[in-house]
Structure formats: structure tokens, C-alpha cells
Design a protein around this ligand. Sequence first.
Ligand SMILES: N[C@@H](CCC(=O)N[C@@H](CS)C(=O)NCC(=O)O)C(=O)O
Length: 222
Amino acid sequence: MSEIELYSAVLCPFAYRSRLTLAEKKLPFKLIEIDLQNKPTNFEEISPYGLVPLLKHGEFRVWESAIINEYLEESFPTPPLFPKDPMQRAQARIWINFADVRLFATTHKLLLTSDPLQQAEGVKELSKYLQFVEQEGLQKLSAEGPYWLGTEISLVDLTYYPWFEQVAVLEHFRGFQFPKGLDRLKKWCEAVANRESVRAIAKSQKFYLKHYARLQGLASPP
Ligand SMILES: N[C@@H](CCC(=O)N[C@@H](CS)C(=O)NCC(=O)O)C(=O)O
């Protein structure tokens, strides 16, 4: 098998998704940590968008976390992390897309803006998305779970989980409050946090708070 390399950054939730996919598939790989504040000068020769994650499989390169994860799924189908049924596949893709174009996109804007009005709007939007995930996603797809699509872990879980691991940053620096009563989502989060793949690389809330504080030139919480 050709060697796999993943260009990654420890705070990057997108790179985290691909690390989890590799771990769930028990694929050996070399992790190359990129300091995004001080990228190697030739980084854009390796990563055309200048972003992490980027996966190298032998000489082949693939980027964009959702596409990396699908590439891994198709190249290494065992254990499967995507449903076989076309309708379920479409649903899985809809939720992966929702993560990217709604949850993560709003989070990115919220972390970048220092405007209090935009921050308040972003926080409200995130709460709305989580309610939507609970009611339209988890409750309808599989009320029992514990995973997004039912009893088996999938790429949908691995796409969302990194956001939840870092939620303390939004709570601390943007006043976000996790909506109450999202019981299915809470159960989902606990189930994914307990995966061996997650436990092997998960970071604490304190870790994220300290690093985000440093990046934004803010005082880190005690
Ligand atoms: N849509 C991309 C997003 C990747 C992304 O935004 N990566 C960030 C780190 S989390 C990055 O590399 N930023 C470097 C930069 O903007 O210069 C994906 O899913 O892979």
C-alpha cells in the first residue's frame, strides 16, 4: 500500500475530521503538522488552496476534508463509514453539507468578527442550527441512535464531532450558550466522544481555550 500522509494543524476541525476517518479505518499514516501562522514557504506547492487538511496517498494529493473522507471511504471500504442505500447516502451528504455551509461557516464568521451585533446574530444562528440538527436530523433519522444515522458510526459523525469538541471556545469568547433540551444530540456527542479514535487524540477544553486566546491576543481563562 502506498504511504499516506496527512498535512494537518492541531486546532483545525477540518483536519480533525480526516484524522478520525483514518483512525476509524485503522490506516497507518504520517501526520505532518503545519504551523498555520508560519506556513512553510513551499506549502502552496503541496496544498493548492494553502489549507489543511491535505492528504497524500503515494503521489496522489487530495484536499477538502469532505472529499478526503470520501476518497478514503472509496479507497479503503472496510469498515464502511457510509451507508450503501442511495437514499441514506443522499441524507448523509445533506448533513455533511449542512455542517459545512451552515454550522462551520457561521462559526468561522463568528470567530472572525469583533462586531457585537454580528456576534449576537451568529450566536443566535448557531442555536437555531443545533435545534434543527436535533429535530430534523437526529430525531427523525434515528431517535435511538446513538450515532447520526443509527447504530453505526459514519462520516457524518466524524464531520460534526470536531465542532462539539471546541464549543467551549464559542462559549467563552462569544457568549454562546448551548441550547437546553437537545437530549438526542447530547447522547450522540457522548457516544462519539467515547470512540477509541476520538479518545486517542481528543484535546481538553482548556487546551482549546488557551490556544484560541493566544491566537486572538486575548487573556486565557485561568
Ligand atoms: N473547506 C476546507 C476548510 C479547510 C480550512 O479552512 N483549513 C484552515 C485551518 S482550520 C486553514 O488551513 N487555514 C489556513 C489559512 O487560511 O491560511 C476543508 O473542509 O478542508
